[in-house]
Design a binder for this molecule. Structure first.
Ligand SMILES: Cc1cc2nc3c(=O)[nH]c(=O)nc-3n(C[C@H](O)[C@H](O)[C@H](O)COP(=O)(O)OP(=O)(O)OC[C@H]3O[C@@H](n4cnc5c(N)ncnc54)[C@H](O)[C@@H]3O)c2cc1C
Length: 496
């Protein structure tokens, strides 16, 4: 085994979290090695919507111009519609950015990686982290395997594991088992297609259409394409995989708003899907190491916040570590402080994701909230997506009680059902408020938004007899666990 010179930081995984950490460290003049087992541009399982607060993070990394080079539509509005009741709001400005985007990952991640290289990081593609090197209880390096299969050791002052939710760095530092989590219930099934609404206001809207148990989320993409994601019961996934276009027709039938937006769409990609979205927190820092992005914390994709947080805390870890890399005690304290900050900033959003991932039908309470907030200025719902205000503050118990009362006073209302729902929401809120008022670092105490049957490793949903995988195995290398691994860019674009 050969060895190579010392790096200030070795970053494993080069997408949102890894590139962000590398950019911050390299900008501070540190010597950074960024490795990924894939080669860019490369795809990964994600619906990649970025609300303005995420776009602002891209800007802070200095990658916005590159990301925008593919000319994505700028979404100035967000909309949630349930059972025909609509709430359309304009995004507020976050650090000067008032639009969202949905840029496919091959282009997006490549833009981040190129920005890291420009900042001075050294990139090694098709290179995986195989083992860690320890000395005196600290991580002091790693054994890497390069494209030719040769293994070599690299020494470093800091190792950043930014290698996604099935992080092998997490396993190697003994942090693989999350200390808390929730095995959420909604699955994801999505296609890209040609947008039948090119040239209309729909291209400026990120929308969520709720009807029955399944939510449809629709995000305009570059090149007149659009992404349509269905998040419904995970039990539907075998049917999606067996007959994607049959399920598409069923969705158009069941949800007239989807038909209005996307009816007549053509040129579909193959379906991409996952039934596994367990949300979790792992211990994310220790002597000489940290876990950035999904490696340390994952929340339900239904709220589209993962990329933003991966970039934000990747950058913050890099910025905090850069000045103290030569002082192990100060470095460990700085890493831990960022972990605490991440938990503080992400906890309420994590609970919101768990809450949204419950399977429920649209209720009178939902309709009441959406109708009242339609056109709100400043926006209410979009403040949650933009992290301007936490969900439990926007829809706080007082506001909730007002809407519940209003809903109960409507003629023909099922008052008992509304009261039951309001009480359950209040109980969830109580847990979130308690955590916010009395925070406990790495608390293992379960809260009511979390599913009590949580287990690790997550349960695998059974595949229905005869159900075929959604994506042709010959065309696309799909992770057997279906939780988002690299696929070659453009590998799955096919005509319907
Ligand atoms: C179905 C789905 C939909 C989603 N939709 C959205 C959305 O719309 N908006 C949003 O903001 N978030 C979304 N997310 C979440 C978002 O995709 C993630 O939060 C984000 O990709 C995390 O970035 P990351 O850099 O932490 O990890 P990843 O993007 O997972 O990148 C990890 C990288 O590490 C590399 N790697 C792994 N192991 C090794 C190793 N041993 N050696 C070297 N390299 C390694 C991998 O090749 C990969 O490139 C979604 C997630 C899912 C599953």
């Amino acid at each position: 085994m050969t060895s190579s010179p010392h790096y200030d930081a070795l970053v494993v995984g080069a997408r949102c979290a890894g590139s962000a950490a590398a950019i911050a460290l390299a900008r501070a003049g540190r010597r950074v090695l960024l490795v990924d087992r894939t080669a860019f541009p490369s795809d990964t399982l994600s619906t990649h919507v970025n609300f303005p607060s995420a776009v602002a993070e891209i800007d802070k990394l200095g990658a916005l111009e590159r990301v925008m080079a593919c000319d994505p539509p700028k979404a100035t509005h967000g909309m949630v519609q349930a059972d025909g009741v609509r709430c359309l709001e304009r995004f507020a400005s976050v650090d000067g950015i008032d639009y969202g985007i949905c840029v496919p990952r091959p282009h997006f991640d490549d833009a981040l990686v190129r920005t890291a290289i420009d900042a001075g990081a050294e990139l090694r593609e098709r290179t995986s982290c195989e083992r860690l090197v320890w000395a005196g209880g600290r991580v002091t390096g790693a054994v890497l395997r390069g494209p030719d299969g040769e293994e070599y050791a690299v020494s470093c002052s800091l190792l950043v594991g930014a290698d996604g939710r099935r992080s092998s760095v997490a396993r190697m530092v003994g942090s693989e088992r999350p200390y808390r989590g929730s095995d959420n219930n909604r699955a994801c099934a999505f296609f890209y297609m040609d947008d039948p609404q090119v040239g209309t206001v729909w291209r400026e809207r990120l929308i969520q259409l709720r009807q029955g148990a399944t939510h449809a989320l629709i995000f305009p993409c570059p090149d007149d394409r659009v992404l349509c994601l269905f998040m419904g019961p995970r039990e539907d996934i075998p049917a999606w995989r067996k007959d994607p276009m049959g399920m598409w027709e069923r969705m158009l039938e069941e949800n007239p708003a989807v038909r209005e937006r996307l009816g007549g769409a053509t040129n579909f990609t193959k379906l991409r899907s996952t039934a596994e979205n367990p949300a979790f927190f792992r211990r994310s820092s220790g002597p000489g190491w940290c876990l950035a992005g999904d490696a340390g914390h994952f929340k339900d994709p239904i709220i589209g916040q993962g990329m933003r947080d991966a970039m934000r805390f990747g950058r913050l870890w890099g910025e905090a570590a850069a000045p103290v890399l030569d002082d192990p005690a100060a470095l460990d304290a700085a890493l831990r402080a960022v972990e605490e900050r991440r938990d503080r900033e992400c906890m309420a959003t994590y609970h919101w994701g768990n809450r949204e991932s419950r399977i429920f039908d649209v209720s009178p309470l939902h309709r009441e909230v959406l109708a009242a907030w339609d056109g709100a200025d400043p926006p209410r719902l979009l403040h949650m997506f933009d992290r301007i205000q936490s969900p439990h503050r926007v829809l706080n118990p007082l506001v909730g009680a007002r809407f519940a009362t209003r809903a109960m006073l409507r003629r023909g209302a099922d008052r008992r059902a509304i009261l039951r729902e309001a009480v359950e929401e209040l109980r969830i809120d109580a847990g979130i408020w308690r955590e916010e008022l009395f925070p406990r670092f790495r608390s293992t105490r379960q809260s009511r938004s979390e599913r009590t049957d949580w287990q690790w490793p997550p349960r695998r949903p059974a595949r229905a007899a005869g159900a075929a995988p959604a994506v042709a195995p010959a065309a696309v290398a799909v992770d057997p666990l279906d939780i988002g691994e690299s696929v070659p860019a453009g590998a799955e674009r096919v005509a319907a």
